[in-house]
Design a protein around this ligand. Structure first.
Ligand SMILES: [Zn+2]
Length: 258
């Protein structure tokens, strides 16, 4: 029996639409259905938000290689959606951490708040910038396009945002438990961790592309962090200018201000 697809209007036989893949039998919404959809979106198999995040954190090279080079575009949760959701979640958690610090230590961090918002906006520019570096570094060894490295950089940056999120959670937990600001991100260990992680992601991705260069991956990690630092310094400079140069800002143990 031929059906007309409710989603795209194409005629088809069988359980799924040939044109868009939607099921023939789509029930009306019930509350049971809503709960199932929400539960599904967070937890179900490879395509859920949580399992994608977890896999991306552990295997950034493998996942980006499958998505970009092998073109497995339907296997996982959409990486573009994931990146934007991670930016939104980071914005929310950093805001919470700042509010908590203000409540506990009365540290009115007006700069921090602006930095939080602008910092997330600038990550959108940071992705193609780091991609340019990755692309130029690898240009002679493999034939990937700049656009493909942009997607790689976006996926690696998403994984970096997960690490960042953990540091907010650890800091908030330490603040709540010991009434003491820990700020893991203001630590040299964090710098080494991020560089090592980016190098790992880069090496795994490039190995699958048939290009094995440990030195190049470590260099990529260092450049990634240097660019991240420069972008952040740029925001701080812009924010301080906005406030007529009043105040200082601490980052990775370095105090910036004038
Ligand atoms: Zn259809």
């Amino acid at each position: 029996m031929e059906h007309t697809c409710r989603n795209c209007g194409a005629d088809f036989n069988g359980k799924f639409c040939n044109n868009c893949g939607q099921k023939f039998n789509v029930p009306r919404f019930s509350f049971k259905h809503i709960l199932e959809e929400v539960f599904h979106a967070f937890t179900h198999a490879d395509k859920s938000f949580l399992s994608f995040g977890w896999n991306l954190l552990l295997y950034p090279g493998k996942l980006s290689y499958e998505f970009i080079v092998e073109r497995k575009r339907k296997k996982y949760f959409n990486p573009f959606t994931f990146f934007l959701l991670m930016l939104a979640i980071s914005l929310f958690f950093e805001h919470y951490q700042l509010e908590l610090a203000e409540k506990l230590f009365h540290s009115n961090n007006e700069y921090g708040r602006m930095f939080n918002v602008y910092g997330k906006a600038l990550m959108l520019a940071f992705v193609p910038l780091t991609a340019l570096v990755f692309w130029l570094l690898a240009a002679k060894r493999n034939k990937l396009l700049y656009a493909e490295f942009t997607v790689f950089s976006m996926m690696v940056t998403s994984a970096y945002l997960i690490i960042n999120l953990f540091s907010y959670i650890i800091d908030a937990a330490v603040m709540l438990a010991f009434r003491h600001s820990f700020d893991f991100k203001d630590n040299l260990i964090y710098l080494v961790l991020v560089i090592a992680y980016i190098a790992y992601a880069h090496l795994d991705f490039q190995k699958r592309n048939g290009a094995t260069a440990v030195a190049g991956s470590v260099f990529s990690g260092i450049l990634y962090f240097a660019l991240l630092f420069l972008v952040q310094v740029f925001i701080i400079w812009a924010v301080l200018r906005h406030f007529n140069g009043l105040g200082t800002f601490g980052m990775y143990g370095i105090r910036i201000g004038y």
